[in-house]
Design a binder for this molecule. Structure first.
Ligand SMILES: NC(=O)c1ccc[n+]([C@@H]2O[C@H](COP(=O)([O-])OP(=O)(O)OC[C@H]3O[C@@H](n4cnc5c(N)ncnc54)[C@H](OP(=O)(O)O)[C@@H]3O)[C@@H](O)[C@H]2O)c1
Length: 287
């Protein structure tokens, strides 16, 4: 099987390419993994995307490319929609033309956070931010364009390949010895290594439709920060802050945790708790 990963220099993309490549060597010598990022193909250009994908002739495309800076999307609106909506559609169409299945990565921020329980795949999205709106438009376009697709919604990613909430907290803690973190935003931190395994499962089981995939359990950003300093042994005070008192460009959901039961019952695979995944990330990548 030939698998093309687009967005391969990103936080998730790099982890996914590593995992799929290792698996190809060990278990599936017939599998070939091709990594592509902006320098190989700009997904906002439909014709370029079609030509590039037609040349590669993949069986499966995993689209990890995104304009993922939530606050920057608020001011760079056309760019956000070009990558997250039009770009997603271009990849889906090019995939259809080449006979490839498309696995599209999306986000918890398609929801408004008003639900008092983890969101199901069947819950109606209602994004609050430009990022969330552009990602939702991308999801819809992918499903309308290429019936052979799976959408994986995930959340609060951390992993070794890019700056993320964990590295930001550690950097702030080193400089200031105390950090203020919001107590009223809840979600599920998710390790890119674990999500990569789940994507591998979605590929091997040939799943279709929308799946929520995060590490299990939920916490506030404040609780996440406390755990980061506890696990790294840093004596940093985490000070509580309300979202209303924290200035940022984008509105974000207060509860964006996702219910992952559909993934678990369909595959028989359970994601591990977020704090176990965090512990492994810290011991493998940050010590
Ligand atoms: N990070 C999170 O917490 C989070 C949470 C929920 C869902 N997600 C979703 O998970 C997926 C992966 O996120 P991530 O954090 O790994 O993102 P990331 O680190 O920002 O990586 C995205 C990659 O896509 C590339 N890219 C951007 N525009 C492109 C274009 N026009 N053509 C080709 N490549 C382009 C980027 O290149 P440049 O660096 O050059 O721009 C980057 O290498 C995304 O779909 C994101 O929406 C992320």
């Amino acid at each position: 099987m030939k698998i093309l990963v687009i967005g391969s220099h990103g936080m998730l993309g790099r982890d996914l390419v590593n995992r799929l490549s290792n698996l190809s060597d060990q278990k599936n010598p017939g599998n070939e993994v091709i990594a592509a990022d902006r320098e190989h193909v700009d997904i906002t250009h439909g014709e370029d995307a079609s030509k590039f994908i037609a040349q590669i002739k993949p069986d499966v495309i995993v689209n990890c490319a995104a304009f993922s800076n939530v606050d920057a999307c608020e001011t760079q609106i056309s760019n956000a929609f070009a990558v997250n909506a039009t770009g997603a559609k271009n990849v889906a169409l090019a995939g259809k033309q080449a006979g490839a299945k498309v696995i599209h990565i999306s986000t918890d921020y398609v929801f408004d956070g008003m639900k008092n329980a983890p969101y199901l795949e069947t819950d109606k999205p209602h994004p609050l931010s430009v990022y969330g709106k552009s990602k939702l438009e991308g999801e819809i376009a992918v499903q309308e364009t290429n019936g052979n697709c799976a959408i994986i919604r995930t959340a609060w990613l951390f992993g070794p390949y890019r700056k993320n909430f964990v590295t930001t907290m550690l950097e702030l803690g080193r400089k200031n010895r105390s950090v203020s973190v919001v107590t009223d935003q809840y979600g599920s931190p998710t390790y890119t290594a674990d999500l990569s395994c789940a994507i591998q499962t979605v590929i091997s089981r040939d799943l279709q439709g929308i799946y929520h995939v995060t590490n299990i359990g939920r916490c506030s950003r404040y609780e996440w920060a406390q755990k980061i300093f506890e696990l790294t042994g840093n004596q940093v005070s985490v000070l509580p802050l309300k979202t209303a008192d924290y200035q940022r460009a984008a509105r974000v959901p207060r509860n964006s945790s996702l219910n992952c039961t559909k993934y678990t019952t369909t595959t028989g695979q359970k994601m591990r708790p977020w704090h176990e995944a965090l512990e492994e990330y810290i011991s493998k990548s940050l010590r």
